[in-house]
Design a protein around this ligand. Structure first.
Ligand code: NAD
Length: 291
């Protein structure tokens, strides 16, 4: 079993971007600028946004963090997004999800200018991805494709099972893996909460992407020997032995599954860093396309 090290692969992506940004600076050109909106006091969301801002700093990007209280109205938030859309200094906009219950995520996602939608959630970008056109690919599935590329994992002709059908992870992942691209060409089965005999599907998979948000759901009895397992899940579970009071668990029971795999991602240190690397790549692309 070998580890698909997301930290290492993300570092490689960031190093390349850093060199490209230095070149832009030297030529007196515009450096990518990401605006991140964080609403409320969700600890996990704050951690993710902080990691994204830090990655911008490491890579030489400019970042602006806009924090709002959870009492912000949908109208106020949409106004902020309109301002960022119009602001020519800003190349990429991300709104950290989830949003407070009184704000409809769909409306917020639709309000972002598709040319600045570096999370790739806007229907225009999702449509482009489905048609194989150039646009912004949702950061987590894009990060997973970059990870497969970094480790040169053979995907052509393989049976892939994606567990989870969310618009931001599972569904785009299934489309990317089935695409006619070097990291695609899989025969994909998309499983979800209503799938019958999930174990049978998983047992036939050469590649499994687990994105359901249920800690340690995927167990050894569901794995074919030699499978490649990508664990997207991140759940905080209480742990009094930790200073933070919690630990992170993936959707895969790592101890029992890992020995059966050819490759597996750890949690943390797998898909998480790749999501950030993909976000940076999208932001760089947004900057290039706009200037
Ligand atoms: P979601 O809740 O929107 O979707 C979960 C999906 O899992 C649903 O489509 C549902 O049908 C399916 N599902 C639920 N229970 C199931 C079951 N028992 N069997 C089969 N399918 C089942 O979640 P999401 O936003 O797609 O996120 C999934 C997980 O990935 C979460 O743990 C989330 O925190 C994590 N995540 C990680 C990153 C990262 O960067 N590493 C990014 C995004 C999401």
């Amino acid at each position: 079993m070998k580890i698909l090290d997301g930290k290492l692969a993300a570092q490689a992506v960031k190093e390349k971007l850093k060199i490209a940004v230095e070149k832009l600076k030297a030529e007196g050109k515009k450096v990518p600028h990401l605006a991140a909106i964080l609403i409320g006091d969700n600890g996990a969301s704050a951690t993710y946004v902080a990691a994204k801002v830090k990655a911008c700093e490491e890579t030489g990007f400019i970042s602006t963090l806009l924090r709002y209280d959870s009492s912000i109205t949908a109208t106020q938030l949409l106004e902020k997004i309109t301002e960022l859309n119009k602001n020519s200094a800003i190349d990429g906009i991300l709104v950290q999800l989830p949003l407070p219950a009184h704000i409809a995520e769909e409306e917020v996602i639709k309000a972002i200018d598709p040319a600045k939608d570096v999370d790739g959630f806007h229907p225009v970008n999702l449509g482009k991805m489905v048609q194989g056109q150039s646009g912004f690919i949702p950061a987590t599935p894009y990060g997973i494709m970059l990870l497969l590329e970094h480790y040169q994992i053979e995907t052509t002709g393989k049976n892939a099972v994606v567990i989870g059908r969310s618009n931001i992870v599972g569904r785009p992942m299934s489309i990317l893996l089935s695409g006619n691209t070097p990291q695609g060409n899989c025969t994909v089965t998309l499983c979800h909460s209503r799938t019958k005999e999930l174990e049978t599907h998983c047992k036939q998979a050469d590649i499994i992407v687990a994105a359901l948000g249920k800690p340690e759901f995927l167990q050894a009895n569901m794995i074919k020997k030699g499978a490649v397992v990508i664990d997207v899940g991140i759940t905080r579970v209480n742990d009094n032995t930790k200073k933070s009071g919690f630990r992170l668990l993936g959707d895969v029971h790592f101890e029992s599954v890992a020995p059966l795999c050819s490759w597996i991602t750890p949690v943390p240190g797998g898909v998480g860093p790749m999501t950030i690397a993909a976000l940076l790549k999208n932001t760089f692309q947004a900057c290039q396309q706009r200037h």
